[in-house]
Design a protein around this ligand. Structure first.
Ligand SMILES: Nc1ncnc2c1ncn2[C@@H]1O[C@H](COP(=O)(O)OP(=O)(O)OP(=O)(O)O)[C@@H](O)[C@H]1O
Length: 249
């Protein structure tokens, strides 16, 4: 499924938070929404997900204007949002419509993919942060949604778990190529995962750049082209200089 965001603006209590943002995620692309804090990345993702409908402009999913949630869209948030009274497997099954056995079979398959097959009877409080987030990823993926929206999915995790889960998401993407939009603050993460990076800047947030990243995946973290792109992004966001250097420029 492709996603077209066309001139989306959002005002909160009379204050413009994002101003006419437009971009496209083509079928099977991973698009990163990158920008400094408060520029409106999550606001845009909430408009795409349909969790927010009070925006101006349009969001089209596969060419059709949509406003509101859809089963075609899987959403993964920064925190796992698991139901504490349900086991791992029941959290993953929640929302599935098949028979109990069918649902459990599907859930077990995806729990194997995320490496949690031995923890299906655990409750959320018995899991580490990374395991809880893997459960949330399994829950979002169990319906094999054609589009996945991820709002800073790894930002609460330690550096090693974050790298592992980035690779896991890439492997899952390789397996059936869903369209993905991922909100991140992390330039390295965006350069590692994304086919396109949409850069927002300012308050209200405006579209600043739209970069296509053509390096084949999986990518080497040491790739010189990616290092050049990182420098370019840092400079364009004006964060490669100290406040003193900015003043002097
Ligand atoms: N429900 C809300 N009510 C009022 N203002 C809001 C609301 N949601 C977002 N905003 C404002 O909209 C702007 C954009 O917020 P948003 O959370 O989309 O930014 P962000 O780029 O995702 O930030 P961060 O990277 O810090 O999570 C901010 O100024 C924020 O205060």
């Amino acid at each position: 499924m492709s996603i077209q965001v066309d001139k989306v603006s959002r005002t909160f209590q009379g204050t413009l938070a994002v101003d006419e943002i437009s971009f496209e995620a083509k079928q099977g692309e991973i698009v990163g929404l990158l920008g400094t804090s408060g520029c409106g990345k999550s606001t845009i993702l909430r408009a795409i997900s349909g969790l927010d409908t009070e925006y101006d402009g349009t969001v089209c999913i596969h060419g059709k204007e949509t406003r509101g949630t859809s089963r075609e869209l899987g959403v993964i948030f920064q925190e796992p949002r698991l139901m504490p009274w349900l086991t791992v497997i029941d959290n993953v099954c929640f929302g599935l419509t098949g028979t109990k056995e069918e649902n459990r079979e599907k859930a077990r398959e995806i729990l194997r993919v995320v490496g949690l097959e031995d923890f299906e009877q655990h409750y959320p409080k018995q899991l580490s942060g990374g395991m809880a987030q893997r459960t949330a990823i399994a829950r979002a993926l169990v319906t094999a949604p054609s589009t996945l929206l991820l709002d800073e999915p790894f930002s609460a995790l330690d550096a090693f778990t974050k790298l592992q889960l980035q690779d896991m998401v890439l492997e899952l993407w390789e397996s059936y190529k869903p369209t993905m939009v991922i909100v991140t603050h992390d330039i390295d993460e965006a350069l590692y995962l994304c086919d396109r990076i949409v850069i927002l800047k300012g308050q209200p947030g405006e579209l600043h750049d739209n970069l296509e990243i053509t390096q084949p995946k999986p990518r080497k973290k040491s790739d010189t082209k990616l290092a050049e792109l990182k420098e370019y992004i840092l400079e364009s966001l004006d964060i490669s200089r100290t406040p003193k250097q900015r003043k002097e420029a």
